[in-house]
Design a protein around this ligand. Structure first.
Ligand SMILES: Cc1ncc(COP(=O)(O)O)c(C=O)c1O
Length: 385
């Protein structure tokens, strides 16, 4: 049977980046896990859960280029960032660097932790528009001081969709004695990952965005010298265990829950890979090509401005709209232009205000077509006209 997306086809859906989207086969697979659990909950958790979880961990390990001993599942990147932050031995007077592009929820968690420990958060402002990856490294290094101990880095920025030079950033910071916490919420399935080669102390990534696993699937990765430091934001039975896998066992069980999203990850990776003759690498290349072509179209037809060079673009792209920024005061509120596009044209695309600009962010996955971007361009031409 041919696979299909669960997305409502009456929508022009150009916002894969926010919550991903699911294939019908992945949804059915998750339902199988749920039914297996509900048929005999006790035997499921006592006998089947841990071996199935280890299998799922192996699949993630192959996907992100990491030892499975360094990986654990979490429900989302926000949980991953919270766990990483709470595990740091931050003391009064220490400095933690963070990008001005940091995702709001993670920035809030960082500010809270820093305040509680008497540490200082140093915001690193990236040039906007960004001339290239070197400018990112330069800005970060300029902010490093003698008290800088950690940096929270977004591997792919949320408001601007910039793919940052992660490996070079991590190496440059490490050479200054600064360890990195990487928020790679968008990376799995959008860019090739090599976490062992990256060298960051901690990384978290979502699997429900670009791998299209069921919602609630994400991971944390920890460099082996930090194993004994990392603990989940919710502490449970694992704390009573001992041995080198204790940190992982703490993540494997944070209280009774539905693990079907995590256990469906190997199937989701396989189902997504099947969508392109060259598998996941081919799909990532094709999504990026669509994003680049989509940006070209909107720049040529509407005169929107680019925010970064093509070398910093993955499957998402942000462009500057000729509109004033607006204050949207709730994380689930909708920008007025985004509201018109949704309510009057059934186009779902994020419009956001960042750095004194109003931005449009387009996401491209296998369900995205050029016609959808052309339709957006046509509607925007009338609205901006
Ligand atoms: C950079 C970044 N970090 C973290 C998150 C949070 O992801 P989640 O809500 O799945 O925790 C997002 C979500 O879009 C993001 O873009």
């Amino acid at each position: 049977m041919q696979d299909s997306w669960l997305l409502d086809p009456t929508w022009n859906f150009l916002n894969h980046g926010s919550f991903g989207a699911r294939l019908a086969s992945v949804h059915r697979h998750q339902e199988k896990w749920r039914l297996q659990l509900e048929a005999q909950p006790v035997r499921f958790f006592l006998d089947q859960y841990l071996p199935a979880l280890d299998e799922a961990r192996q699949a993630v390990s192959r996907l992100v280029g990491a030892e499975s001993d360094d990986l654990a599942f979490v429900p989302n990147a926000t949980y991953g960032v919270n766990s990483m932050l709470r595990s740091l031995d931050i003391k009064a007077g220490d400095e933690i660097l963070v990008l001005d592009h940091a995702y709001g929820a993670c920035r809030a968690a960082l500010d809270y932790l820093a305040q509680a420990r008497g540490a200082r958060v140093v915001e690193v402002r990236l040039p906007f528009p960004c001339p290239g990856p070197e400018a990112v490294i330069e800005a970060m290094l300029q902010a490093c001081g003698p008290r800088s101990r950690f940096a929270l880095i977004d591997a792919i920025t949320s408001p601007t969709a910039w793919v940052l030079p992660l490996h070079d950033l991590v190496a440059a910071l490490r050479s200054r004695g600064v360890e990195s916490l990487v928020d790679a919420a968008h990376s799995p399935g959008m860019v090739k990952m090599d976490l062992d080669g990256c060298g960051a102390a901690f990384t978290t990534g979502n699997l429900h965005k670009w791998i299209c696993a069921p919602l609630g699937a994400a991971f944390v990765h920890v460099r082996s010298d930090f194993h004994q430091r990392l603990l989940p934001a919710s502490l449970s039975h694992g704390l009573n265990l001992s041995g080198p896998r204790r940190w992982q066992e703490c993540f494997d069980w944070t209280g009774t829950f539905d693990p079907s999203a995590w256990l469906s990850v190997p199937f989701a990776i396989e189902a997504l890979s099947q969508l392109h003759p060259d598998g996941l690498p081919g799909l990532m290349r094709s999504n990026r090509k669509k994003a680049l072509l989509g940006a070209d179209l909107l720049v040529e037809e509407l005169g929107l401005k680019r925010t970064c060079p093509a070398t910093m673009i993955g499957s998402m792209v942000s462009l500057i709209l000729p509109l004033e920024p607006v204050n949207v005061d709730h994380h689930l509120a909708t920008d007025p232009l985004q509201r018109i596009l949704a309510d009057e044209h059934r186009i779902e695309v994020p419009v956001l205000s960042f750095g004194g600009h109003r931005l449009l962010r387009i996401s491209c996955q296998s369900h995205t077509t050029t016609q959808q971007i052309e339709a957006l361009s046509g509607v925007l031409s009338g609205l901006l006209g």
